[in-house]
Structures are given as structure tokens and as C-alpha cells.
Unconditional design. Structure first.
Length: 379
């Protein structure tokens, strides 16, 4: 999900001060200073207003972790390298991986129309699932309206009064898609690109239709268990984050000023298969490394996943099938995804060979950008 864009309406954010604790380096081959620039970028994010950060990098020299700031503004307790957190739209890469595995098994085609699997679901105000392929869901070229952009939904779930009334509500995938169908499409399928969480709610529904099991079950049995991602889960309607974990903070407003609220507890069904998962930095490193090294997909499906389309206005980022290709200022390409949900901003990336990975989380949704940290780690 892209919660912060909905909350504040802009990526040009005012940065506010927050409590900051010392950076803590875990054991690893580079703890003596090989990641010093990365640590400095993390500390800068805390100085600029992020309450706390946790990050883990993995490369041929070993694993390195660092934290900065606090995980709990009330107690002043520091963050941990083992913190579990809501990963938001990083969920999308897991969902796309499962669908590509199903394609490799011959159980569906990326060129299947959505209506084949979900007849009549994508219909209304110009939407028509008979003309939208599964591939267009995964690379956001479907034109389907993003349900999180609906004004009523935003007021009910992203702003203070609505959030505290509805934070524990259970929302079904069908109800989320129905919100999108009240609006006109952004464009005709295949004619442009626009990020839509609705695409991945539908993708999760397709997985269930094809397999007879929930997308959560399929991610668990196909990805989480084989890779031994012990900190990773698909919570469904569970409102808490498993420990070890920190608190998550939001302004719950359209500005980056004002009171800060603890939004840790919420029913993540509002994000569904577009962004409900929980993980930690080490697991995310392991996942993206395995994915790019061909451990989860045959070569053909991995090539399909890495076939990208341009994003207008963002020349250094292209979007594949649940996977972003980012060209850094030094020319290095990293593959991965960003994720945002209430009180949590995350990013996980790896090099094309899967040998150098970084995952990080800010426990805030109104300030801080992962990009400077990624630049320092890889450049």
C-alpha cells in the first residue's frame, strides 16, 4: 500500500524532530566500518524526524545490521535488528511470485483475462475484466482504480477520527474491489501505468480461485516455509505484530505536522493481498536474494517478472511483475519493492545476482525516505 501518499498528499514532506538513540551494529564482517555510510544515512533519517530505523544488509562478506532511534516513544526503548514490522506493498512481490509459480505449473497464463478466473468481479463504470489480463494486474497497466484513493475510504481508514473508529474492522477482498468499481478506470488497459492496490487484491483472489486455497496459504507453503522465513507471516485479521517488534507511528492527517499517534494495532485486512504481510529485515534479504538467484522461479518466469514498463515521471525506476528495477546514481541496478502502511515505511532490494541485499524499516509513515540509505549501501 501507499499509505503515506494518501495521508499527506505529497512526497515533499516537512521533517519533524523525534527522540533518537545510538546506532547499534550487530556482528558481521563489515561491522568495523564497511557500512559506515549506510549507518550515517540511517542516523540522518532519525535526526530528520523518523522515530526509529532498523536495517540489515547481506553480501558475500556476511550479514550486518544496525538500528537507530527508538522503537517506543513512550518508554524510549531502542529498536532491534530482529524487529518484525508490517511490510506493506512488499507483499506484492510475494503475491506475484506465487502467480508466476502457478504459470510455470501450467495452471494459468499471464495472458488469461481476469474475467476467466473472477467472472463479473471487475465490472462497473467502464471497468471490464474481460479486457484485462493477469499480467496487467501485476505490472499496474490495467487502469483499474486504486481503492485506497477513494475519499470515503481514506477518511475512514487513514485520518484520525475514522482510523480510531474503524481500525479493527474486517474488510473482505470483494468489498475492497467493489470500492474501486464505483469509479471510472484511470485509462484503457495497457495504455499507461498507474499504481493500484486493487490490482493485487484481485491477484490474491485469482490465486484462491486457481488453487482452492487462500493466497496466504499459498505464500506460506510455496515461499515462507521453503525459505525458512521464520519472522514472516500473513496475518489476515490479526491486529497485533508478533514479537520482537516495535511501535508504529502516524500523524493520521493530511499534513506532516501535529500530534503523533501509536497505530501499531490494526486489522490489516484493509490491505489484503496488496500489503498485509509482516516480516523482518533478515527474512526480506533472504527472500529477494533467493528470488533473484532463481531459487523460487524457473528462468522463463523470472525473466517475465523482470520485464519492466516505464513509470512516467520517475526515470530511474521501472516496474516489472511485483518487482521494481531501480537505477541508482552510481549506475548500480537494484531489484525489490517499497512498502508503506500505517506507521511503517519499508524497502527491500537486492542486486541482479542476488548477492548483495538490504532491507530496512522506518516506524513512521509521514517522514523519511529509504532511497538515501539504499544509495549509501550500494554506491
Amino acid at each position: 500500500m501507499r499509505v503515506r501518499a494518501t495521508l499527506v498528499g505529497s512526497t515533499a514532506l516537512l521533517l519533524t524532530a523525534a527522540l533518537a538513540g545510538p546506532a547499534v551494529a550487530a556482528s558481521g564482517s563489515h561491522s568495523g566500518g564497511g557500512h559506515s555510510a549506510t549507518r550515517e544515512a540511517i542516523e540522518a533519517a532519525v535526526e530528520a524526524g523518523v522515530p526509529g530505523v532498523t536495517a540489515t544488509a547481506r553480501d558475500t562478506h556476511g550479514t550486518w545490521s544496525t538500528t537507530a532511534g527508538v522503537g517506543d516513544l513512550r518508554t524510549g526503548g531502542h529498536r532491534s535488528a530482529a524487529d518484525r514490522y508490517r511490510v506493506g506493498s512488499i507483499t506484492k512481490t510475494f503475491v506475484a511470485t506465487v502467480l508466476l509459480q502457478l504459470e510455470a505449473e501450467g495452471r494459468l497464463s499471464l495472458d488469461d483475462k481476469v474475467d476467466r478466473w473472477l467472472p463479473g468481479v471487475v465490472r462497473g463504470h467502464g471497468h471490464d475484466g474481460r479486457h484485462i489480463t493477469v499480467r496487467r494486474l501485476l505490472n499496474h497497466t490495467s487502469g483499474i482504480y486504486d481503492y485506497t484513493s477513494d475519499d470515503d475510504f481514506a477518511r475512514a481508514h487513514f485520518l484520525k477520527d475514522g482510523f480510531f473508529r474503524h481500525r479493527y474492522d474486517t474488510l473482505t477482498p470483494g468489498a475492497l474491489v467493489a470500492i474501486a468499481m464505483r469509479h471510472e478506470p484511470e485509462f484503457a488497459p495497457g495504455t499507461s501505468w498507474s499504481y493500484s492496490n486493487t490490482n493485487y487484491v484481485l491477484a490474491g483472489m485469482v490465486i484462491e480461485k486457481v488453487t482452492g486455497r487462500s493466497y496466504a496459504t499459498e505464500i506460506t507453503r510455496r515461499v515462507i516455509d521453503p525459505l525458512h522465513l521464520t519472522a514472516t507471516s500473513v496475518p489476515g485479521t490479526r491486529v497485533t505484530v508478533p514479537r520482537p517488534s516495535n511501535r508504529a507511528y502516524s500523524k493520521l492527517a493530511e499534513t506532516a505536522t501535529g500530534p503523533t499517534y501509536d497505530v501499531t494495532a490494526l486489522n490489516p485486512s484493509l490491505a489484503s493481498s496488496a500489503g498485509e504481510m509482516i516480516s523482518d529485515s533478515a527474512d526480506l534479504d533472504r527472500f529477494y536474494s533467493a528470488l533473484l538467484r532463481g531459487k523460487l522461479l524457473p528462468a522463463h518466469q523470472l525473466k517475465e517478472m523482470k520485464t519492466t514498463v516505464k513509470i512516467d515521471g520517475v526515470p530511474n525506476v521501472r516496474y516489472g511483475l511485483g518487482l521494481m528495477d531501480t537505477t541508482l546514481t552510481c549506475g548500480v541496478h537494484v531489484w525489490g519493492h517499497d512498502g508503506g502502511i500505517h506507521g511503517s515505511t519499508s524497502s527491500a532490494v537486492t542486486t541482479a545476482d542476488g548477492r548483495h541485499s538490504l532491507a530496512l524499516n522506518f516506524n513512521a509513515d509521514w517522514t523519511g525516505e529509504p532511497a538515501p540509505v539504499i544509495e549509501k549501501e550500494f554506491c
